[in-house]
Design a protein around this ligand. Structure first.
Ligand SMILES: [Zn+2]
Length: 287
């Protein structure tokens, strides 16, 4: 008779095949009853080694640290390639973009087993993950890097590439993500609004959110950018005078405006983007 087993941690498709002292599980769950691994399905799976990369098969070492494959990437692989990646498998960090595999990486993932053994929890989890992904279909989803093309990113964010978008998102550290919207979703809402000028009601439709959630997200991410991004990358204070004159002054500008003085800083200010009070009378305004 198969009795339930008591186990701490996540359910895995198969038992671990090595003993890794520095292994960190993907999620720490409370002690719970997990049903026995008793269901074998004709679904291909990868190796469940904790020492070998799921994608390129390189071994982990002190110099070549690996990370646990996020559940989003495991679901992505199952949907796109129908290959099961056991919970707590590892991969090199460069195969991931956010919580998803890059398209190049996903094409490299090899099948190791032709069948996979599950317990009931694994199957329920897999169905939940797939259902969660399907419910996100049809909305603008910046959390799933592969759901938007390179051109989509540039059109919707005013020329930011996917990597640039990720880089900005990584600087927003003090914005709490919630169950209904992530940091990336908040950032995308702001960028799309600035880029397109669409109303909050249309943005609510595009992002599958309520209007008040769009308002809150816009406000929160704007506040967070001013606090965490602006001081590091914009304004006179974000770099030293020496760095500015050394790395951001061209020889031509120095020759034309500074008489070849290396310590002189040169600014060219474009008046188009400087906010100035204007006259209310149109004939004075356009005089
Ligand atoms: Zn790898």
């Amino acid at each position: 008779m198969n009795l339930p087993q008591t186990k701490l941690g996540t359910a895995t498709c198969q038992s671990n095949d090595d003993d890794d002292p520095d292994f960190l599980s993907e999620e720490t769950l409370p002690t719970e009853l997990i049903s026995p691994i008793s269901i074998q399905l004709n679904l291909s799976s990868t190796s469940n080694s904790h020492r070998r990369c799921t994608v390129c098969q390189k071994n982990s070492s002190d110099r070549h640290r690996q990370v646990v494959v996020p559940h989003e990437a495991r679901t992505q692989d199952f949907i796109q390639k129908c290959i099961v990646i056991p919970a707590n498998s590892r991969c090199c960090p460069n195969h991931l973009l956010g919580n998803y595999f890059t398209q190049e990486s996903i094409s490299m993932i090899p099948k190791v087993n032709n069948t996979t053994r599950f317990n009931r929890s694994d199957i329920t989890e897999l169905l939940d993950r797939v259902r969660e992904t399907l419910t996100l279909n049809g909305k603008l989803n910046f959390d799933c890097a592969h759901s938007l093309s390179v051109e989509d990113y540039q059109r919707l964010t005013d020329s930011l590439t996917r990597n640039q978008f990720e880089a900005v998102a990584n600087t927003v550290t003090d914005l709490r993500k919630s169950e209904i919207r992530s940091v990336k979703t908040c950032l995308a809402i702001l960028f799309v609004k600035v880029r397109t000028g669409l109303s909050n009601s249309i943005l609510a439709t595009l992002f599958s959110l309520e209007i008040h959630q769009i308002q809150r997200a816009t406000h929160a991410v704007r506040f967070s950018l001013v606090k965490s991004f602006v001081p590091k990358f914009l304004g006179f204070q974000h770099m030293s005078h020496e760095k500015f004159t050394r790395d951001h002054t061209t020889p031509t500008a120095r020759t034309l405006f500074a008489d070849n003085q290396p310590e002189t800083g040169i600014f060219v200010l474009n008046g188009t983007y400087i906010y100035l009070p204007s006259f209310s009378k149109a004939d004075i305004q356009y005089a």
